[in-house]
Design a protein around this ligand. Structure first.
Ligand SMILES: Nc1ncnc2c1ncn2[C@@H]1O[C@H](COP(=O)(O)OP(=O)(O)OP(=O)(O)O)[C@@H](O)[C@H]1O
Ligand SMILES: [Mg+2]
Length: 156
């Protein structure tokens, strides 16, 4: 999918929302400034998050709760110490019924389980390109709904 401007990245985040189910893991890769946080922020908003979505920093993770759904937004760009992983109890986040949205998953490689959905963002002219890959049934269903919504919006 080509994302010609910031609004297009936000739209992609919105289109993902209806396909997100409890326990899903979505990993976002791509160079600095490729739009990972922009997409996650739009996705969280579409899922009903009302408070300000800030980039996870020192704590590496921000938690949002919508009804009974726990939404974890990780950014592992500053992840260095393997002990941090155990101390923070991250394994539990990834095993439970919460939704994990992860920027810079490669920085925690070897610790993270396989994602349901992988999103690869890259710079393309003044815009961005996004590539979506499903790694599970849940991920495939989510992508299916994105493509249905995308064509519906596109034709209306
Ligand atoms: N499709 C797009 N076209 C042009 N600019 C975009 C697009 N999507 C997002 N941007 C802009 O790119 C900038 C960086 O976005 P963002 O912070 O989401 O990137 P990131 O991948 O999270 O970066 P980091 O690796 O530092 O976490 C923002 O100013 C955002 O508005
Ligand atoms: Mg970011």
């Amino acid at each position: 999918m080509h994302l010609q401007d910031e609004a297009a990245t936000e739209r992609a985040g919105r289109l993902l929302a209806p396909g997100i189910t409890p326990g899903m893991r979505v990993y976002l890769s791509g160079e600095l400034g490729s739009g990972k946080t922009t997409l996650v922020r739009a996705l969280l908003r579409a899922l009903g998050v009302r408070e300000r979505v800030k980039s996870p920093s020192y704590a590496l993770v921000e938690l949002y709760v919508v009804s009974s759904l726990h939404l974890y937004h990780f950014d592992f760009s500053r992840f260095e110490d393997p002990l941090e992983w155990a101390d923070a109890g991250f394994d539990e986040y990834f095993d439970g019924s919460g939704v994990c949205l992860v920027e810079w998953p490669e920085r925690a490689a070897g610790r993270l389980p396989q994602p349901d959905l992988e999103i690869l963002l890259s710079l393309a002219g003044t815009g961005r390109d996004a590539q979506f890959t499903a790694h599970s049934e849940a991920g495939a269903r989510c992508l299916k709904s994105v493509s249905v919504l995308n064509s519906q919006e596109g034709s209306s």
